[in-house]
Design a protein around this ligand. Sequence first.
Ligand SMILES: NC(=O)c1ccc[n+]([C@@H]2O[C@H](COP(=O)([O-])OP(=O)(O)OC[C@H]3O[C@@H](n4cnc5c(N)ncnc54)[C@H](OP(=O)(O)O)[C@@H]3O)[C@@H](O)[C@H]2O)c1
Length: 305
Amino acid sequence: MKTILITGGTGLVGKHLSIKLTEKGYHVTHLSRVIRKSSTFQTYYWSPEKKEIDKDAIISADYIVHLAGANIGELRWTKRRRQKIRESRINTAEMLYEKTIESLSRPQAFISASAIGYYGAITSDQIFDENDLPGNDFLGETCRLWEEVADKFALAGIRTVKIRTGIVLTKEGGALKKLVTPIRIGLGSPVGSGNQYMPWIHIDDLTDIYIKAIEDIQMTWAYNAVSPDYITNGTFTGMIAKVLKKPFWFPNLPSFVIKIIFGKMSEMLLNGSRISAAKIIKSGYKFKYPELRSALVDLLAIKNP
Ligand SMILES: NC(=O)c1ccc[n+]([C@@H]2O[C@H](COP(=O)([O-])OP(=O)(O)OC[C@H]3O[C@@H](n4cnc5c(N)ncnc54)[C@H](OP(=O)(O)O)[C@@H]3O)[C@@H](O)[C@H]2O)c1
């Protein structure tokens, strides 16, 4: 039985991935800042702040999946928070790398989360693919530096895959819950111009892409994990309202209001381009939810769409 070590395995993506991998017969272990007695997964402790890590986590792993990182949508992006968002991804990746090299253990692959923020928060006509350069804003820089640490594993001869993830849609939380809440009470509206794209992915597709990255030895370097359905914020929010059969007539929430409420994070909410799914499709991946409507019907548990 192969062992998959997941950092951030307690998070939105990690929970789903851990369950699916276990169902497929893998032994899943977690590397976590907290040892939770209630966890059904064998958990090793690390403290990124104290630079402590249980080396047994690394030694016992056949694959490492690095998902850990301070949530980017939770708090205002103050200088301190931005530093935390960055360090919690990059320094942790560095710790994993150092411990891997030091322990002489060689996982069969290192799979790292990354994000479509890699390409920068811009609204343009361009369709970004994996060969495009990183953006020079906060998220672009963060993803670039995060991926550069992942690349060290590749240089050490370990197959490395970076999953540039779009907005993950799940039943229980994350971005979809935030989008749905005002619409459910009839107060939904597009944000800013509404013309910014919102590259998205259903959690089932994302976890299947991670599993493919583990199992498919042809997969290396970066892959965009986004559905092939290009959707703007206006269409996205309108479609939620349609699926929920809710009114949707409020005028767009002006950009300046979003800037006041969210501060620097508003960059991410007010901008967005199309991101290509061509590479992951070419690798043989077939999306379960290639279209937003079917994803929403599934996630919002609509009985008779
Ligand atoms: N969800 C999305 O829409 C989305 C989109 C693009 C990219 N991604 C990326 O995919 C990865 C997983 O996303 P997610 O939504 O599952 O994240 P999440 O729910 O916020 O969970 C991340 C996990 O990281 C650990 N963590 C939190 N703060 C940390 C810190 N300061 N230092 C070290 N570890 C910390 C926590 O695990 P412990 O408490 O067990 O340590 C937490 O459960 C993230 O790297 C994220 O950037 C997510």
